[in-house]
Write a protein that binds this ligand. Structure first.
Ligand SMILES: [Zn+2]
Ligand SMILES: [Zn+2]
Length: 317
């Protein structure tokens, strides 16, 4: 099969032939139809997070078809132990022995992939392979992050990329009010956010017209944590949804006072995935997708780094 392989961090992906992966016990073999591109793939490529296995096939939003014709989705969470205190308390996303697709297990920037059947999901009909792929990480992490805001009515989204463009639609469907924050001067993305139901869109340096009940940070810039904290109403929460962030600057306790809080969201549970995939067609969440042939996976990462497309990117073999 052909695969786009990360052989060494901070180096371009190499497209080359690999032997077809053989399913181990409990695993299923899939023909890949599409695989979403996530900022985590870029963090691994750019050595902003540690690679646990090299070479590795990146990609953890896999839409594939089993040899008996079943369409399945493979997310970031690829294995959990089922025994640790986190697994036993409904928090398998924090499992001490968790293994992740496209980092610890070869992922979906390839023509074939294998996955543990217990971590694969049936996908809603009515969404094409390319359209459904971004739900499998951006959608799921965004869903978990939105859940962490409780019943917040006014929700700020910092970094309006793949996850935010889906979660904006879900939040509006749930009757929340969305405020979208982009890089200063990015009028195109602000327009894109308004087209998806955000009632206000502006620069991350601006204050929204009223205080917010929660903010979700999808961008990897630590200073946004402090900026978001300062636009929260009393009791508001900042949810950091990325796997990596630059340093968070120091800030005054006054910014946190009045029961404001900051928390992170890590990975996903299978329960999150089932709930999200059930809700997505009811909204319905429509993804805006740029499609890249497998041979151009490195370009997809470069375009993500540059913010060159709206919504999500998907690699197709
Ligand atoms: Zn991801
Ligand atoms: Zn565990």
């Amino acid at each position: 099969m052909l695969a786009a392989v990360l052989e060494e961090q901070s180096r371009p992906l190499v497209v080359r032939e690999l032997p077809d992966p053989e399913p181990g016990p409990g695993q299923i073999a899939l023909t890949v139809r599409a695989c979403g591109v996530c900022r985590t793939d870029l963090h691994l490529r750019d050595a902003e997070i540690e690679a646990t296995k090299l070479p590795v096939v990146l990609g953890h939003q896999i839409v594939g078809v089993s040899d008996d014709g079943e369409r399945l989705g493979v997310p970031w969470l690829g294995y959990t132990c089922g025994r640790c205190k986190f697994c036993r308390s409904g928090r398998e996303n924090l499992c001490l022995e968790a293994r992740f697709t496209g980092r610890d297990i070869d992922g979906g920037f390839a023509q074939r992939a294998v996955a543990d059947r217990r971590y694969c999901f049936a996908l809603p009909d009515g969404l094409s392979d390319e359209q459904v792929a971004p739900l499998l990480c951006g959608g799921l992490i965004g869903y978990r992050a939105l859940t962490m805001t409780g019943d917040a009515e006014r929700v700020g989204l910092y970094g309006f990329g793949s996850a935010a463009h889906m979660i904006c639609q879900l939040a509006v469907h749930e009757g929340r009010r969305v405020f979208a924050f982009t890089r200063p001067g990015d009028a195109d993305t602000q327009r894109f956010a308004r087209s998806l139901g955000a009632e206000w869109a502006g620069s991350s340096l601006e204050a929204p017209p009223e205080p917010l009940d929660a903010a979700i940070i999808f961008a990897a810039a630590g200073p946004l944590v402090v900026q978001a904290l300062r636009v929260l109403d009393r009791g508001g929460t900042v949810v950091c949804a990325g796997i990596h962030m630059s340093e968070i600057p120091t800030f005054s306790y006054d910014d946190l006072w009045q029961e404001r809080s900051i928390r992170s969201v890590a990975n996903l549970t299978r329960a999150d995935a089932e709930a999200m995939l059930r809700e997505a067609p009811q909204v319905p969440i429509r993804t805006t997708v740029s499609v890249y042939p497998l041979a151009t996976a490195e370009q997809a990462l470069a375009d993500l780094r540059a913010g060159a497309f709206d919504g999500s990117a998907v690699v197709v073999p």
